[in-house]
Design a protein around this ligand. Structure first.
Ligand code: GLV
Ligand code: MN
Ligand code: MN
Length: 411
């Protein structure tokens, strides 16, 4: 077996997918279950069918494309997502989906015949854009998100996940999405690093050992509004001033942890009533806090809670935090790490063992399958922005190592 990646075809498929977008190029916006997302998925399904794979969808819209093995039973899985946050780039998730498909096609062309089936998975809604919680597809597959919970999710315009996914053509019970624990023999996700380390160290591949996990909170601050001229400064209960202090306390809680893996971000801030001459009476913030170490993340969250109480009392502003989810970090599985490293070694490709500070569907797949991840560099570590870029040779190298790893795991 000597798989050859068709780099030009893979790159042109990545470009073609990027053109299916609700943002002007080079930006990509593809929010789950929008007509654009559905158009992108159906173009992928066509590619999978042309490759002779058997395609099925589940009730949340995860797509499975299977290459049968000589024995039925547990499959070797690979894949990622194609939904993209507003104003994103064209490689996040897509490299793992189209790179996974090209890895399968390269194995087919090489004459390899899998013993265990090999399956490409296109996860539904990895990004939290629409329903406020990331990795909906893999959470349901792994039983991490109970179906009852998922049914209560609504998007920003008040439409329920149930309505939206059914209108998109995904019917059936969410309960049935969960996979049995022996469904996958192994799972490997190829992804851009979304950080600068590989590029800085000039190492072409990263083998992930541990995946950081986020907790997400919604924080509502309520003070008192009023006339921007009339209310004297000592009498104010300005919700935005309290939010400003809290945002800096959040930054401080992450910065002072002593580990670069602790990160905290306030990415959304809605101010009410939002008028130039009106004191803000209500502010809603989002908080995304992550770590590879659960105890350390919990410590940072306790610091934030203390700051919340202090700021609220001092400024006479009510502050209520709602925890949307708090996930546990995951370890990648030794047999998958070993298969990845042996595949790198075969070509003398240098690799770095690393952690993933971004979360991925693999975080949840690791609950039901031995899971690993392979990273390729991306320019300046940029991701979630239109100038996200991965070099053709890095993409092709990643797909090649993925192909050989899938072959190893399916033999
Ligand atoms: C995934 O997109 C993340 O936010 O880590
Ligand atoms: Mn992303
Ligand atoms: Mn991603």
């Amino acid at each position: 077996m000597n798989p050859q990646i068709d780099r030009d075809r893979l790159l042109s498929e990545i470009d073609a997918l990027a053109a299916i977008s609700d943002a002007e190029a080079p930006a990509v916006t593809r929010v789950v279950f929008t007509p654009t997302d559905l158009r992108a998925r159906s173009s992928l399904v066509s590619l999978c069918e042309v490759a002779g794979l058997n395609v099925r969808h589940d009730a949340i819209g995860n797509t499975f494309a299977r290459w049968s093995g000589s024995v039925p039973g547990p499959a070797v899985g690979t894949g990622s997502h194609i939904d993209a946050i507003p104003n994103a780039g064209k490689y996040d998730g897509v490299v793992g989906v189209l790179g996974g498909l090209e890895a399968i096609r390269a194995l087919q062309r090489s004459g390899f015949r899998p013993h265990h089936p090999i399956e490409l998975l296109i996860f539904a809604s990895e990004e939290p854009t629409r329903f406020g919680i990331g990795c909906l597809g893999s959470r349901l597959l792994s039983g991490t998100l109970p179906a009852d919970h998922a049914r209560k999710l609504v998007d920003g315009s008040g439409e329920s996940l149930e309505t939206v996914r059914q209108a998109a053509g995904f019917s059936g019970q969410l309960e049935d999405v969960r996979l049995p624990a022996d469904y996958y023999k192994g799972f490997v996700e190829l992804h851009i690093e979304q950080g600068p380390l590989l590029e800085r160290q000039r190492i072409p591949l990263g083998v992930v050992e541990r995946i950081a996990a986020p907790a997400t909170l919604r924080i509502l601050l309520e003070g008192a509004g009023g006339h921007a001229g009339g209310v004297l400064m000592p009498d104010r209960q300005d919700a935005l001033c309290a939010a400003a202090e809290l945002i800096l306390a959040i930054e401080n809680a992450a910065r002072t942890r002593g580990a670069s893996d602790t990160v905290a971000t306030v990415g959304m801030c809605d101010v009410f009533p939002g008028a130039v001459n009106s004191i803000p009476s209500r502010v809603q913030l989002s908080l995304d806090i992550r770590d590879t170490n659960l105890a350390r993340r919990d410590d940072a969250m306790r610091d934030i809670e203390r700051a919340t109480q202090d700021i609220g009392a001092r400024r006479q502003v009510s502050i209520r935090s709602t925890l949307l989810h708090a996930d546990k970090p995951a370890d990648c599985a030794a047999p998958v790490i070993e298969a990845l490293e042996r595949s790198c070694g075969e070509h003398q490709f240098p690799f770095l063992r690393m952690v993933s500070r971004a979360y991925h569907d693999s975080l949840f797949m690791s609950r039901i399958a031995p899971t690993g991840m392979l990273f390729i560099p991306c320019r300046n570590g940029y991701s979630h922005r239109p100038d996200e870029y991965a070099a053709p040779e890095d993409i092709a190298r990643g797909a090649l190592v993925l192909a050989e790893t899938l072959a190893r795991l399916s033999s």
